[in-house]
Design a protein around this ligand. Structure first.
Ligand code: NAD
Length: 463
């Protein structure tokens, strides 16, 4: 039977005007309570991450707890400024009067999140939604059940159910939730599901934020040092076993330097994860057998089509272990060449001219991130100016995500709308225009019938 969430939605909708009108201290108290609850239950968070992904505790602290805590701190520090009514100067035609922008909550928000950073990607949007004064329904991913249970329990301890509720379940639950007339939907997940979410939102014209994925390239400049580039990418691709929306998806390396790059990648894997990552207790596992099968199928397809492959040890489906994997000489039409990998496989492609590399990237969808490893500023600037991407990091990985005021998000296929800092707050806010006239309203002087002097004034205005 198809589930229905009308009663949960109605409770959130009924509470929304009251919650939105409470003083800011209410939002601050809730966010402080959320922060304290998460820190108090840090070891439960670690356990949930180990259960869902075999995630090391340090990674859970850095990539789950810290972003939520930092977002709360940033919202608390800026909430007064973000919510302050802005007063604008007036054009001649609007004098006398007052023009204001009120930053009001949108109302009732739905947040649907993925499994790869399950707590972060559910609770960071929640922080902005609550900061903006909304009531919220959270739908965590069913593929990280220990994390979903943790989120539900934390939220229940901090918020009444008509302020924030958590609904756990699979795709059918998500589909049923999308039947409700939300004021805003914040979705993080794959581009394919994102387009379904947008279609569902169009039924009630709900606004959407879509944080999606895609193939994020790494441009390696010839002067950077291919060996060093390989080492750095080995670390970046290894984080969460490549199951990161902003992971480097593939590398673009000068043709003459490919062998050095491959050597560097192998050395980087050994340095960070040992000669056999299979026996490294901190190597993150693949989330589900079907995801492991997808990676393996794509790899087998590449091998069958003549690609070269390097792995430090063998994949093991029983343990959902998939090693860091380098692929080169892969034809363009293969899955590893065309589709988002979302795992620890790194295809390497070569270029002989910068134009070639640009053409390759610009012929595909606009990526979520475009990475550049280069110490040549002019070349770096050329890559930035002649491409489009949600974000760019030069000579490092992931760090744009960590800045509280850099807008985070994609472009078209990699996302619509931005998150983080004021950008996240605004996604959940309506910028409402308010124009106030006093007793004297000169508008009435310009109404029909149009006398000669009215025509003169209007003629003067448009001249
Ligand atoms: P997914 O799209 O399969 O699922 C995300 C959420 O959507 C889950 O809660 C799931 O239950 C729900 N869902 C699945 N099918 C649905 C449907 N038909 N209708 C409505 N809801 C549905 O994504 P995933 O596998 O959980 O995550 C991987 C993808 O997410 C990758 O593409 C990755 O790049 C992207 N991602 C993006 C970001 C970002 O911030 N841009 C962050 C993490 C992951």
């Amino acid at each position: 039977m198809t589930p229905s969430f009308t009663s949960e939605f109605q409770a959130l909708k009924a509470a929304a005007p009251r919650i939105g009108a409470l003083p800011l201290s209410h939002r601050r108290n809730r966010l402080n309570a959320l922060r304290a609850e998460l820190i108090r239950r840090r070891s439960e968070l670690h356990a949930a991450m180990r259960a869902d992904l075999n995630r090391p505790e340090v990674d859970s602290d850095l990539n789950e707890l810290l972003p939520v805590k930092d977002s709360i701190d940033h919202v608390l520090a800026n909430l007064s400024r973000w919510t302050r009514t802005d007063c604008l100067p007036l054009p001649l035609t609007l004098i006398p009067g007052r023009a204001e922008i009120h930053h009001e909550p949108k109302g009732v928000a739905l947040i649907v999140s993925p499994w790869n950073f399950p707590v972060n990607l559910c609770l960071v949007p929640l922080v902005y939604a609550v900061g903006a004064g909304n009531t919220v329904c959270l739908k965590p991913s069913e593929l990280a059940p220990a994390s979903a249970a943790f989120i539900a329990s934390v939220v229940e301890a901090v918020f009444p159910a008509d302020e924030v509720c958590v609904i756990q379940g699979d795709v059918s639950v998500a589909v049923a939730l999308l039947e409700q007339p939300w004021n805003h939907i914040f979705f993080t997940g794959s581009p394919g599901v994102g387009s379904k979410v947008m279609a569902a939102a169009s039924k009630y014209l709900a606004s959407v934020t879509l944080e999606l994925g895609g193939k994020s390239p790494v441009f390696v400049h010839e002067g950077y040092g291919a060996d060093a580039a390989g080492r750095r990418i080995a670390w970046a691709k290894g984080l969460n076993a490549g199951q990161v929306c902003i992971a480097p998806d593939y590398a673009l390396v000068p043709a003459a330097q490919r062998a050095d790059f491959i050597q560097g990648f192998k050395a980087g894997v050994a340095q960070h994860y040992g000669d056999s990552p299979a026996s490294n207790p901190d190597w993150v596992r693949i989330i589900q057998p079907r995801h492991w099968d997808r990676l393996n199928d794509w790899l087998q397809e590449a091998i069958a089509e003549g690609a070269q492959v390097w792995q430090p040890d063998a994949p093991d489906r029983d343990r959902l272990y998939f090693p860091p994997t380098l692929v080169w000489d892969a034809p363009e039409h293969l899955q590893v060449s065309c589709s988002e990998i979302f795992g620890p496989i790194l295809p390497v492609f070569t270029y002989t001219s910068t134009d070639d590399a640009l053409t390759r990237v610009n012929s595909g969808p606009q990526p979520l991130v475009l990475y550049i490893l280069s110490h040549a500023k002019a070349w770096t600037d050329r890559i930035i100016h002649e491409t489009r991407a949600g974000g760019t990091v030069v000579n490092d990985f992931y760090l744009h995500y960590m800045h509280p005021e850099l807008p985070f998000g994609g472009v078209n296929n990699s996302g619509i709308g931005k998150s983080h800092g004021i950008w996240g707050f605004r996604e959940f806010s309506n910028a409402r225009s308010v124009y106030r006239r006093g007793r004297f309203a000169p508008t009435m002087l310009l109404t029909p019938p149009y006398k000669g002097w009215v025509k003169k004034v209007v003629g003067w205005l448009v001249s």
